[in-house]
Write a protein that binds this ligand. Sequence first.
Ligand code: PLP
Length: 414
Amino acid sequence: MPTAGSPYASRMTTSGAEQFESLLANRARIGFGVPVHTPRPSMSALYEFGGGYPDPESFPYEGMIEATKQMLAAEGAAAMTYGDAQGYRALRELICHKYEVFEAFKAEPENIIVSNGSGQALALAFSAFVDPGDVIITEAPTFSGTLNTMRRHGPEILDVPLDEEGIVTSAVRERLESLRRQGRRAKLIYTIVNFQNPAGMCQSLKRRHELIALAHEYETLILEDDAYGELRWGGETLPPLYALDRGGRVIRAGTLSKILGAGVRIGWLCAPKEMIPAFQGFLFGGGVNPFMSRVATYFLRDNLVPHIQRLIAVYKAKCDATLRGLDDTLRGTDYSVSRPDGGFFLWMKLPSGTDQKKLSELAVEARVQYTPGPAFFPHKGGGENHIRLAFSYESPEKCYEGARLMGKAIVGAR
Ligand SMILES: Cc1ncc(COP(=O)(O)O)c(C=O)c1O
């Protein structure tokens, strides 16, 4: 904080923004002043089911120390200076290797551009393709963070529902057809294909094929977001939209946040080579995070599969414990909850008659953090009788106990 009398004090007044607001670029005016949510576990809650925070106990502290030492010994100055504009090449190779091992498809390092988490990767895609007033079609519910990023680009957001097979493609067709009748088209269709955030399902193979066919028929692009695909303990892995598409209509976002640590802030886009310059223009030429990209690469080169196998067991135990806690307290009511084969989230339809406002008060009293359903819908009215519980952060014991307290709060809010 500047002290009174410091040269900065006079500039830190509440009227400060008035001095530059009229000079802001149009794109910066969109959402200017809306607080940016910092994803961080709540300080007041004892049971954190709010954000999709990775398990802190599983961070590979020793492995990262070792990887840093090895990396610095091998690469020295190269790690401490500007890097390749598209991102550290060995990391891009490793991402392609990961795709081959987990999803059996081939991409080239030239298809990858490294970003500051997949949050920035998605922002790069919106920056490259979306002007204010352009149309984005999104499934709803969807990840609230992406909705915030999307809104900053000023689009018209058209939502379509999800069912147990993922995005309802007949509804996408209706949206696209109605736009065509108006002489318009969508710029992007945004979809989370694996362990959807918040709803938990994976998009079926049939829907994947249908969505790609629609993108071709109506000349639009698909922005495929996959943050959780490797964390699978049931069901079968399906090929990504990016691999199924033969015509360059899919941009895929990925991240190390959920399999290594959100603090490494490494994500990427995988896209047709010719498209990469459209994203690169929005990044400074020195590459994103050359130092951390190297550390992550050195660690994952040796540990990718065993580390992820360990994580799968960890998250499955947490998911099971949370479901048990809910079932123990809510059995007998008409609640329903997703039972995902992977990922971080449970999506719950509250028992009929639950008062969300009362629930929020009771959850605060019980010191349980969760996210109310409306956060995941682009427009008012969605998700009123739903909540999302992230089971990723707490230990299985706390997941069970927290879920029981949440269940009791739900019963009390009816
Ligand atoms: C579906 C989805 N996409 C993207 C992200 C962004 O993650 P990050 O920027 O940490 O890579 C998240 C984070 O929770 C997510 O759930």
